[in-house]
Structures are given as structure tokens and as C-alpha cells.
Design a protein around this ligand. Structure first.
Ligand SMILES: Nc1ncnc2c1ncn2[C@@H]1O[C@H](COP(=O)(O)OP(=O)(O)OP(=O)(O)O)[C@@H](O)[C@H]1O
Ligand SMILES: [Mg+2]
Length: 127
């Protein structure tokens, strides 16, 4: 995923307005099923993921069906900002772009009705 080896195929909806590398395009155009990407710092991971999401939105995947999780609030904010620029706030606001922790917290609330201050216990855990 090295940005220094661009390929000729442009992705017009690239979030960074540059020609993406072949591995990045592989991420952008990957179809159904899981895809594991191992890539170093600053190699263009977020650009690939954001452009992939933009491609899927363009192809009609409804925004609410996107779930994009990352570890830090800063990284989640960055993903959201870059998606804002790519697909516009009206669509990106409908997408789930969060930290793993925020999503877990939301999940806990939706499925168990628990708030931040309450603990989620496994059903078989001792009381
Ligand atoms: N194909 C490319 N050609 C030129 N520049 C690129 C390309 N892909 C990404 N970049 C640029 O490289 C920088 C890092 O990109 P990006 O933030 O997507 O990488 P990252 O792997 O998510 O980084 P981090 O490890 O910090 O999260 C950005 O400035 C981005 O615009
Ligand atoms: Mg990143």
C-alpha cells in the first residue's frame, strides 16, 4: 500500500484526490466477504477505507448499513471528516463511524437497556 507507486487507474471519488495504488484499489473495489489488510503507518489505509465507503455509497449501499470502527476518537473523527468531504454530511451523518468502545457502549444500551454507569454482566456470571 505504498503511495509512491501509483497505478494508472484513477478513482474519481478518491477522498484525497490522488491516484490510488493497486493494493489500495483492491481494497476500494473488494466485493462481498471479509478482507484483511496489513499495512504500515501512513501507508494509505484510511484513504482506502474512506474511498471504499464512498464507492459503496455511490453504488447504492444505504448509509445506515456502514459500520466503520477504529480505536481512537481522533481516528474516528478523521474518518468522519474525510467521508464528509467525499459524500457530504447528509449521508455521512447517517453512517456509523465510531470507536470500538463507543459502539460497544451503544450496543449495550440498545440490547440491554444499560447506561454508561451500569455494568453488563454475562447471563451465567455469579451475582
Ligand atoms: N495513493 C496515494 N498517493 C499519494 N498520497 C497518498 C496515497 N494514499 C494516501 N496518500 C497520502 O498519504 C498520507 C497518509 O494517508 P492515510 O491517512 O490514508 O494513511 P493511514 O495508513 O491511514 O495513516 P495512519 O497510519 O496515520 O492512520 C495522506 O497524506 C494521504 O493523502
Ligand atoms: Mg489512518
Amino acid at each position: 500500500m505504498t503511495p509512491s507507486h501509483p497505478v494508472t487507474e484513477d478513482v474519481p471519488s478518491s477522498d484525497i484526490g490522488v491516484t490510488m495504488t493497486a493494493p489500495q484499489l483492491g481494497v476500494v473495489h473488494h466485493g462481498d466477504g471479509p478482507l484483511l489488510v496489513l499495512a504500515g503507518a501512513g501507508s494509505g489505509k484510511t484513504a482506502s477505507i474512506v474511498t471504499r465507503a464512498g464507492r459503496m455509497i455511490n453504488e447504492g449501499v444505504i448509509p445506515e448499513h456502514h459500520l466503520m470502527l477504529t480505536f481512537s476518537k481522533k481516528a474516528a473523527e478523521e474518518m468522519r471528516n474525510r467521508l464528509d468531504g467525499l459524500v457530504g454530511n447528509a449521508l455521512s451523518d447517517r453512517m456509523q463511524i465510531r470507536t470500538f468502545h463507543a459502539f460497544g457502549d451503544q450496543f449495550k444500551f440498545i440490547f440491554y437497556g444499560l447506561t454508561n454507569t451500569q455494568q453488563l454482566h454475562r447471563e451465567n456470571s455469579p451475582t
